[in-house]
Design a protein around this ligand. Structure first.
Ligand SMILES: NC(=O)c1ccc[n+]([C@@H]2O[C@H](COP(=O)([O-])OP(=O)(O)OC[C@H]3O[C@@H](n4cnc5c(N)ncnc54)[C@H](O)[C@@H]3O)[C@@H](O)[C@H]2O)c1
Length: 408
């Protein structure tokens, strides 16, 4: 095994490329990016556009070598749905760590058609299965870090999500019952998150069954476009994919693009639904730590990776506080998001606690960074792709008119 290699699956992606760039520049690891470039096709099909024209992985790697003078970043084009190709790339590198960020990452895409729901399940479940199978049978000493999602708990009405397994009690027909060493129930509100729940359970099964070293990172919504390595104008050729449309863009990034072009920030529903949030920079920093984490074979480690928990309305308000001209509009919610009664707290893993320090100051700094960066590419923003067209209700998918604006 080459103990210095980290393989990042999804290396053409928003997170995968950013992690690869940070890891290669900040450590002496050899970083291998793996991707089949399918996201570029999905973006075309969904009518999505990116904020900054996205260079090919090879062109960005050449730019990295020119700017940082290091040659520890490389790319392999591999389809994770092809088990033989996955086995081949794992056998070629026998990496110390594999980080799997190669998935279909959008809830609306998974709800847009039967075809796209199935593509989500096959990419996210079968692709993941091929990877974990190849690691177990070819390179068992590898630490496998799988991207999950904090959204797996979105419909679980609890006041606390602990890490790992616990004993639970519940009452039924007036009698107390127990569950020993179980995971907290996860409940999805869309097919994307359903696939992430399946993935977590596959991680749990395989770590026990094959004595594997597995970490599932229940990742919060990421915001931001850059890290120190690619923020400056001179490093524009290292820009990551930045989706801002209704299908692939995440809420914070979408709001910032709306604000920069003077469009009202469009909140779904009354905006009281809360989400975990973490900046792209903090995410990269935390994953570099997780790649060094000592994991026991057979022990499935779960990490919740977030810095803030804010409601959608609070996110919009934080941004509107910066610009007195910014307006907030409330749209009928195209999603089926449950109203939970309990105020949720989420336990943090000690490996990622550091990003909790000065979190308000970090949030302000990241918002300023993102606004400044987005202003640079303002002319690339297409307002027509930001309003939601995909609805969760059966029979109403692909409605073409975002004609459900209302103001509270
Ligand atoms: N971005 C967020 O806010 C966020 C939040 C929570 C979890 N996540 C998770 O993080 C991971 C990365 O998300 P992202 O935002 O960087 O998405 P992204 O779409 O930008 O990147 C995913 C990459 O994976 C590649 N890929 C997909 N299927 C593949 C396959 N079968 N074979 C090879 N490559 C394949 C795509 O081409 C793409 O480049 C996903 O697992 C996502 O669910 C992201």
């Amino acid at each position: 095994m080459n103990s210095n290699t980290v393989m990042i699956l999804g290396g053409d992606g928003y997170l995968g490329w950013t992690l690869g760039l940070a890891m290669a520049n900040r450590t002496d690891r050899h970083v291998v990016l793996v991707d089949n470039l399918v996201k570029r096709r999905w973006e075309k099909e969904a009518g999505a556009k990116v904020l900054v024209p996205l260079k090919s992985p090879k062109a960005r790697i050449a730019e990295y070598e020119r700017i940082f003078g290091k040659r520890n970043l490389s790319f392999e084009k591999v389809e994770l749905l092809d088990s033989k190709a996955v086995e081949k790339v794992i056998a070629k590198y026998r990496p110390a760590v594999v980080i799997n960020a190669a998935q279909q990452p959008s809830a609306p895409f998974s709800m847009s058609s039967a075809k796209n729901a199935a593509a989500t399940f096959s990419n996210n479940i079968v692709g993941h299965l091929n990877v974990i199978w190849a690691i177990a049978h070819i390179s068992k000493a590898t630490n496998y870090i799988k991207l999950g999602s904090g959204g797996c708990y979105m419909a679980t009405d609890t006041d606390y999500v602990p890490l790992g397994k616990h004993d639970f009690t519940f009452e039924h027909h007036g009698k107390q019952h127990k569950v020993l060493q179980g995971l907290i129930p996860m409940q999805a509100t869309d097919f994307y998150h359903q696939s992430k729940i399946a993935d977590l359970l596959i991680d749990d099964l395989c770590s026990k069954m094959w004595d594997m070293k597995v970490i599932t990172v229940q990742q919060a919504t990421i915001f931001g476009a850059t890290i120190p390595e690619n923020h400056s104008k001179a490093c524009g050729g290292l820009a990551a994919r930045f989706n801002y449309d209704a299908v692939f863009g995440t809420v914070f990034n979408r709001f910032v693009c709306q604000m920069v072009i003077g469009h009202p920030l469009t909140v779904y529903g009354d905006g009281t639904q809360k989400t975990g949030l973490i900046s792209l920079s903090d995410t990269a920093e935390n994953f570099i730590k997780l790649a060094n984490l000592d994991v026991e074979p057979g022990e499935h480690t779960i990490v919740h990776n977030y810095t803030h928990r804010l409601s959608i309305r609070e996110i919009a308000q934080r941004l509107a506080d910066i610009d007195p001209l910014a307006k907030i509009h409330y749209l009928d919610n195209p999603r089926r998001e449950p109203t939970c009664k309990l105020d949720l707290q989420v336990e943090l893993h000690e490996a990622v606690e550091v990003t909790q320090a000065n979190k308000e100051a970090r949030l302000q700094a990241e918002m300023a960074n993102l606004l400044e960066f987005t202003h640079r590419y303002k002319d690339n923003i297409d307002p027509d792709i930001i309003l939601p067209k995909i609805q969760w209700s059966a029979g109403e998918t692909n409605a073409t008119s975002p004609g459900f604006v209302r103001t509270l």
